[in-house]
Write a protein that binds this ligand. Structure first.
Ligand SMILES: CC(=O)SCCNC(=O)CCNC(=O)[C@H](O)C(C)(C)COP(=O)(O)OP(=O)(O)OC[C@H]1O[C@@H](n2cnc3c(N)ncnc32)[C@H](O)[C@@H]1OP(=O)(O)O
Ligand SMILES: CC(C)C(=O)C(=O)O
Ligand SMILES: [Mg+2]
Length: 517
């Protein structure tokens, strides 16, 4: 039977300390619920004494979370601890996390306290916190740069005072994995009452080592890891929860412990956090980046098609992606090319036909970064593609934006030779235009991407809009250019609708067939 490693998520506290990542109370509650769904053991909901807003947010989280432990951070002083206790009071399972810095530089230059005073403050804080809850965590801030002898002294005192979790933060991301592992091992060995507490780590990513340091610590006896979704956190961030959890799950042969995390909730939670904070996830980010399960090279694609594990150590579905993705580009080979076209309903009568289409595909891929479904369809069936382009045309467009009034747009389209008109409101003029077009063509497609680029300079620049639509597993891009961005957007949407039509998707949809005046 393996040990359980406690996952302590601090996205709402240390994560929010990322400059620009502030979250509203409602947003924190939504994230807390997602963390609970993921079966995070402890949710650090904030720093209650920081402001009235932080207090209210911690309290709101404490009111709605029942399974996970809800925690508030507090400095080692009575005012912070009392606030923390008040904020977490409604939670059925609650923790106070109190901390004080233990490194020479922090004690002397920041706290301006003698080490004896620091020990005294820590003991007083833990004792006071214990009057509110049995679940008290004590952190030695900047432990990574603290003297081990002093750490042993203050931790022993904190445990005697009632701390049940001892957290060793590498506050400035200074340690290296072998050193940090060794520090944890020696603290547990040297502190006489260490067995009365769970040892925890909290690593920052200033040198990109937060996850490696956390895992090294766990291999040396730590049984709680503090981490954040997408590695959010002060400066370069904290250890990324998704990386910690998936390293432990994937290398179960190495780690003598596991977590309770429901890994299928990882990607949805990552998306939620990224959407709320506005911090995009880099495409090549482990586990949750858009490319984490995407394969572009032909040799890799051929391998994955033959046997997924040739190039994948995890299943995309296990972390919440719908599936892995073969990206067609200039590095792709025949196997992936043929597989995607077969998925789109095309078959090749002979190897020669495949070879000819593949040669055209490679020429195109030299000019274009990524090849989308409509490009493939155009390659194998240019006639059909050309005809499809004429099915829907933009005839007229009128969009109105006015302060205080919801934007409205009216469009007239020519659909298979018939004039159709519709109008709609939207969050902005472009949204209204798309809604009006949809009122006519009724594709029901999902808008995956909307981007605007200048293709000339100056205020009279041509704007080029790209719209990416997805429907029934097919993805198409549409482009439109105009000096008026709203018109360029309408053109791009219509272009994408035509490409969906070329993908034979719309033919199956009576609304589109019958679209008329
Ligand atoms: C490593 C970490 O992530 S630590 C957590 C970081 N999070 C935050 O700072 C949360 C947001 N902070 C805040 O809103 C404010 O800083 C507050 C409300 C906490 C304090 O505000 P202020 O009272 O104005 O103090 P200020 O921020 O200027 O300075 C911090 C004070 O706390 C003291 N302090 C710092 N850490 C601790 C501690 N763990 N225990 C006790 N005192 C501490 C400092 O020495 C300083 O004291 P001083 O004013 O006597 O010199
Ligand atoms: C308050 C502590 C745990 C912290 O965030 C750090 O030291 O980085
Ligand atoms: Mg921190």
């Amino acid at each position: 039977m393996k040990d359980t490693l406690i996952i302590f998520d601090t996205t709402l506290r240390d994560g929010e300390q990322s400059p620009g990542a502030s979250m509203t109370q409602d947003e924190k509650v939504r994230i807390a619920k997602a963390l609970e769904r993921m079966k995070v053991d402890v949710i650090e909901a904030g720093f209650a004494a920081a402001s009235n807003g932080d207090f209210a947010a911690v309290r709101a989280v404490a009111q709605c979370i029942t399974e996970s432990v809800v925690c508030s951070l507090a400095r080692a002083n009575a005012a912070d601890i009392t606030k923390a206790a008040e904020a977490i009071a409604p939670a059925p399972r609650k923790r106070i996390h109190t901390f004080i810095a233990t490194s020479p530089i922090h004690m002397e230059k920041k706290l301006r306290m003698h080490p004896d005073q620091v020990v005294q403050a820590a003991v007083g804080a833990v004792k006071l916190a214990r009057t509110f809850t049995d679940d008290v965590e004590f952190s030695c801030e900047d432990a990574g740069r603290s003297e081990p002898d002093f750490l042993c002294r203050i931790i022993e005192a904190a445990i005697d005072a009632g701390a049940r979790t001892i957290n060793i933060p590498d506050t400035v991301g200074y340690t290296l994995p072998h050193m940090f592992g060794e520090l944890i091992r020696s603290l547990i060995e040297r502190i006489p009452n260490a067995h009365k507490a769970v040892f925890s780590v909290h690593c920052h990513n200033d040198l990109g080592l937060a996850v490696a340091n956390s895992l090294a610590a766990a291999l040396n006896g730590a049984r709680q890891i503090e981490c954040t979704i997408n590695g959010l956190g002060e400066r370069a961030g904290n250890a990324a929860l998704e990386e910690i959890v998936m390293a432990i799950r994937t290398r179960a042969d190495v780690f003598p412990f596991d977590t309770r995390i429901d890994t299928t909730q990882i990607v949805p939670t990552s998306r939620l956090v990224s959407g709320i904070t506005g911090f995009p996830v880099q495409p090549n980010k482990a586990i949750v980046g858009a490319n984490a399960f995407a394969h572009e090279s032909g040799i890799h694609q051929d391998g994955v098609l033959k046997h997924r594990q040739t190039y994948e150590i995890m299943r995309a579905e296990d972390v919440g992606w719908s599936a892995n993705r073969l990206v067609l580009g200039k590095h792709s080979g025949r196997a992936a090319f043929r597989a995607r076209l077969e998925e789109l309903g095309y078959t090749f009568k002979s190897d020669a036909e495949l070879a000819e289409a593949f040669a055209r595909f490679k020429d195109l891929a030299d000019k274009k970064h990524e090849i989308f479904d409509e490009d493939l369809q155009a390659l194998v069936s240019e006639t059909q593609h050309a005809q499809a382009h004429e099915r829907v045309q933009l005839l007229e467009l009128e969009a109105m934006s006015k302060t205080g009034v919801r934007p409205v747009a009216r469009v007239a389209l020519l659909v298979d030779g018939q004039r159709c008109e519709a109008q709609a409101q939207g969050d902005g003029p472009v949204d209204a235009v798309f809604a009006a077009i949809e009122n006519i063509v009724k594709t029901g497609a999902k808008l995956l991407l909307f981007s605007v680029n200048n293709i000339t300079t100056g205020t009279d620049a041509q704007g080029e809009v790209t719209v990416r639509l997805a429907r029934e597993g097919r993805t198409v891009n549409g482009q439109g250019a105009d000096t008026d961005i709203v018109i360029a957007s309408a053109k791009a949407y219509v272009n994408a609708v035509n490409r969906l039509s070329a993908a034979s998707v719309l033919r199956a949809h009576p609304q589109f067939e019958s679209a008329g005046p």
